[in-house]
Design a protein around this ligand. Structure first.
Ligand SMILES: Cc1cc2nc3c(=O)[nH]c(=O)nc-3n(C[C@H](O)[C@H](O)[C@H](O)COP(=O)(O)O)c2cc1C
Length: 237
């Protein structure tokens, strides 16, 4: 593998993987507009390697990451993304965006990503193999617990990937709309039925800069012991 320092753009001012964890967490956000400039395998594999430090149910490590660089594959996924976005925009987003400027801004960024999807240098498709270990399903028969245990085994790794990308100065974003039809996604990516595509992280050097994120204050979402006991809340939300 090549030396990561050769691939890091000076303009990002990135401290690389030495970036303090809190800084990475506080500034990691959905970066959809990225340059078509190449991103080395070494950088992508480093992000995935760090993703693999995450926990999985019963330590199953039943993840697979498809690194998509082939333009023809990206174009096929782009078509699926465009279709899903058109429906989602018409039925949900357009109405919200009409009265909420931050949603309108997000919608413009998503539209940019949809329009330029095949130009994005790398798409990492995070997948899960069925949760079977040693011929046994290591989950209780409760459907909700199964669902939580199943998809919950990919998202910690994806968050690690996003944080690693942030520290390296790469633009990244967790997206699911191109996978609206798992059947199409499986066909496009050559996935067997036993492998479920869960989300995609497009990676590229950012066109803009990382801006601040807007999130709810902790007092609004933290409850003591039972739901509704928001003892840390001093003002009404
Ligand atoms: C489960 C999940 C699915 C998402 N799917 C998409 C998607 O299909 N397309 C997209 O542009 N963003 C998608 N996002 C990104 C969110 O829109 C984004 O994280 C959110 O707006 C916060 O943005 P910020 O980090 O820039 O503040 C998804 C995020 C999550 C957690």
């Amino acid at each position: 593998m090549s030396d990561l320092s050769h691939t890091l753009p000076v303009a990002t001012g990135s401290q690389g993987l030495d970036m303090p964890l809190v800084e990475a967490m506080m500034t990691q956000r959905a970066i959809r507009r990225v340059l078509p400039d190449p991103v080395d395998d070494a950088v992508v594999l480093k992000c995935i390697e760090l993703a693999l430090r995450a926990p999985t149910g019963a330590n199953g490590q039943n993840w697979e990451f498809i690194v998509v660089r082939d333009r023809r594959v990206k174009e096929k996924l782009a078509r699926r993304y465009r279709m899903a976005w058109r429906i989602y925009h018409r039925t949900v987003i357009r109405r919200v965006a009409a009265r909420d400027e931050s949603m309108a801004k997000t919608a413009r960024a998503v539209q940019w990503q949809v329009d330029h999807f095949a130009d994005i240098p790398v798409l990492v498709v995070a997948c899960l193999r069925l949760g079977v270990r040693d011929g046994r399903v290591p989950y209780t028969p409760m459907p909700q617990a199964i669902a939580s245990g199943y998809f919950g085994s990919i998202y910690p790794s994806v968050q690690n990937l996003l944080l690693a990308a942030r520290a390296l100065g790469l633009g990244a974003c967790l997206i699911t709309l191109p996978l609206w039809s798992a059947t199409s996604a499986r066909r496009i990516l050559g996935l067997p039925l036993s492998v479920t595509p869960c989300c995609i992280v497009p990676l590229g050097w950012p066109r803009g800069r990382y801006g601040p994120t807007t999130r709810k204050p902790v007092e609004q979402v933290a409850h003591l012991d039972t739901y509704g006991n928001r003892v840390w809340l001093t003002e009404s939300p």
